[in-house]
Design a protein. Sequence first.
Length: 130
Amino acid sequence: MNIVVSDPKTRKAYAKKLESTPFIGKKIGQEVDLSEVGLEGYKGIVTGGSDKTGTPMRTNFPGTARKKLLIYPGVGFKKGEKGERRKRPLRGNTIASDIHQVNIKVTHAGSKSLDELLPQTPKEKKEEKP
């Protein structure tokens, strides 16, 4: 499971890969303790996520299932014509074992900064073709 922790104060996002799944059963909008993933003193709110195929979780769809829903513009459907609705595959708002990525927004910071706890690796530069 991948955890993406975003800090609204610094406007940066940090990714961390986990072997375990500590947030199973939590819903979008619930506060979670981030000490379970190695971020001591941090708390955050679950803001969303997606499964291994990239299907997004939607706040107003309860449960853990993946289903095609008739939806209006918002999560899972970009802006369309006025009044337009489409059927799109979406996930429920509860984290299950088949969720691949969970997005979390920090609400309470710990004593150490996220830069110290989650160091980012520099991206490799691509070589230009001659």
